[in-house]
Design a protein around this ligand. Structure first.
Ligand code: FAD
Ligand code: FES
Length: 502
């Protein structure tokens, strides 16, 4: 289950040492956001340290589809509807700034960035109005998008029919882990420690700075940046305004005679399909993403993966699955990324999240925005994004998102309350939550080993559910995920599921 990027990136060394006791800025998280913000701050002369819970790029950045594009499904339509044209233009300016940053930093590094055309399409007549709305939003934002009606298969290099499409030249696709490997190499060469396997567990603010608690001891700093995807601290309840969505990605080696899409493609249909292709040593590899679902809420995740496989093989016969993986990202109810100060932290704790699966640009834009605040060198587009506060529509959505979280919480506890106590061990690859006494217990069997851990998420008490494709326990409330032995993998939880009492 290694991503294509992990299979084809240079080795990125871990650093199991203790984090330095004092730094001006501590960055938690070594994905794209964390390493970009650390790079910008270090260049400005700040003393920076990075603490990473797992390894560099272990979570979403190492498992993305890596398109660095201004054409982003229906994102512009949604931002326009929620925040208006001025904020929309600021959002696009921030994403352009991110593209330029990547170009400047990596133009001369082989194998990191490739220019590609971006295409958003629909294969159904029902999808045409959504294409039209995105076209109109793109024009309002000043993006020179071309609108196509029933383009030929040959024109776009795809084996299926397309009803309508938007096309934008001059976009990019990234090799995300080669990019992170290069940022990490430069940072370490410049004296910035990137400590791995070290999870931030809490942070206390006082008049002089922040005490960061981690699984390898305390660290003091003036400013803390949470570049952790999900937000592990509950100040401002930011995690409650984020909706986690998980998707599958499969990389296929194509047959020699197969045609490849002429660019990076994304459909607005249901299920949505995301496509890009790369050449690895003369083999054309098609990377397909699909099967988006709210984390922890799919009945059988393996069905979503099988559906993606069937679809791919129906259009590219002879395609050979090289590897598959899954990842999640967070949509903010405001439809805009959050990159700013957490409430009640005296301006000392920043967070960046809510990229809605468009974090290649937005991670860098957020890094520029947060570094601008810390260094008092504000980006010209940042004020309009900072000024956007959740309007009435967003509050409605936040309430709705939390109502669904609340109803899951209650329903799942009731379900385990009546679940029979099973005596038998789950079959290989299976897991279920049962009640033992008053406690929900999560039982699973993976690679012949049956494990029993608490079924109660250590974040805020959701009942975890079994992800049969990945063999993990996933929380349907805010997207925390745990391996079958209970170790935290990702999400806002910072503590493992404890072993269940026998
Ligand atoms: C399937 C999929 C496809 C995508 N495709 C695209 C695309 O084509 N184009 C695009 O623009 N975007 C895409 N995205 C989105 C993009 O990949 C993400 O938005 C981006 O990688 C997020 O980067 P990040 O650094 O914020 O988070 P991450 O890469 O998740 O990094 C966060 C890091 O913080 C660490 N961490 C977490 N908690 C703690 C803690 N308590 N202490 C210390 N460290 C901690 C984690 O271990 C992790 O390494 C996609 C997302 C998904 C899920
Ligand atoms: S992720 Fe919040 S309760 Fe599980």
């Amino acid at each position: 289950m290694d991503s294509l990027w992990r299979q084809t990136a240079p080795h990125i060394p871990d650093d199991p040492s203790a984090p330095p006791k004092g730094s001006t800025v501590v960055v938690a998280g070594a994905g794209l956001t964390g390493l970009a913000v650390a790079t910008i701050l270090r260049r400005a002369g700040m003393r920076v340290a990075v603490v990473e819970a797992r390894s560099i790029g272990a979570v979403t950045t190492g498992n993305t589809t890596g398109k660095l594009s201004l054409l982003q499904a229906d994102v512009l339509t949604r931002i326009r509807a929620h925040a208006g044209d001025e904020t929309l233009r600021a959002y696009v300016a921030s994403n352009r700034a991110a593209q330029q940053w990547v170009q400047r930093e990596f133009r001369s590094v082989p194998g990191v960035v490739a220019e590609r055309r971006a295409v958003t399409y629909t294969s159904s007549t029902d999808g045409v109005p959504a294409i039209d709305r995105e076209f109109s939003a793109s024009q309002a934002a000043g993006i020179p998008v071309e609108r196509l009606r029933r383009p030929s298969r040959e024109e776009l290099g795809v084996p299926f029919d397309i009803e309508a499409a938007l096309r934008l030249d001059g976009q990019f696709q990234l090799h995300p882990l080669r990019l992170l490997a290069e940022l990490a190499r430069r940072l370490r060469g410049d004296g910035v420690p990137i400590v791995t396997g070290c999870r931030l567990t809490d942070a206390d603010v006082d008049d002089h700075g922040v005490t960061v608690e981690s699984t390898r001891g305390e660290v003091r700093c003036t400013t803390l940046v949470l570049a952790t995807g999900a937000v592990p601290l509950d100040r401002g309840l930011l995690f409650a305004t984020l909706v986690p969505s998980r998707s599958f990605v499969v990389a296929y080696d194509l047959a020699r005679e197969a045609s490849v899409p002429n660019g990076m493609f994304l459909s607005l249909d249901d299920p949505s399909r995301s496509m890009r292709w790369d050449d690895f040593g003369g083999t054309r590899v098609l990377t397909l993403g699909s099967g988006a679902h709210p984390t922890g809420r799919a009945e059988r995740t393996s069905d979503l993966l099988s559906e993606l496989d069937r679809w791919a093989c129906s259009w590219w016969p002879g395609a050979r699955r090289r590897t598959w993986w899954a990842a999640q990202d967070y949509r903010s109810v405001s439809h805009l990324p959050f990159a700013g100060v957490l409430p009640r932290t005296g301006g000392r704790i920043f967070a960046a999240t809510g990229y809605d699966k468009w974090g290649m640009t937005n991670a860098i834009a957020s890094a520029l925005r947060i570094a601008g605040r810390i260094l008092d060198r504000h980006e010209p587009w940042a004020a309009a994004l900072d000024a956007h506060h959740a309007g009435m529509a967003d509050i409605g959505e936040a309430v709705q998102a939390n109502a669904s979280v609340g109803s899951h919480l209650v329903a799942d506890w009731v379900r385990t309350g009546v679940a029979p106590v099973r005596g038998d061990a789950p079959a290989e690859g299976h897991g279920y939550v049962v009640r033992r006494g008053m406690s929900p217990v999560a039982e699973s069997t993976v690679a012949g080993v049956t494990r029993r851990v608490s079924g109660v998420c250590t974040h805020l008490g959701g009942i975890v559910s079994w992800n049969d494709a990945e063999c993990t326990w996933d929380c349907p409330l805010h997207g925390s995920r745990f391996s079958s032995d209970g170790s935290v993998l990702e999400g806002p939880a910072v503590e493992h599921l404890s072993p269940a009492e026998e």
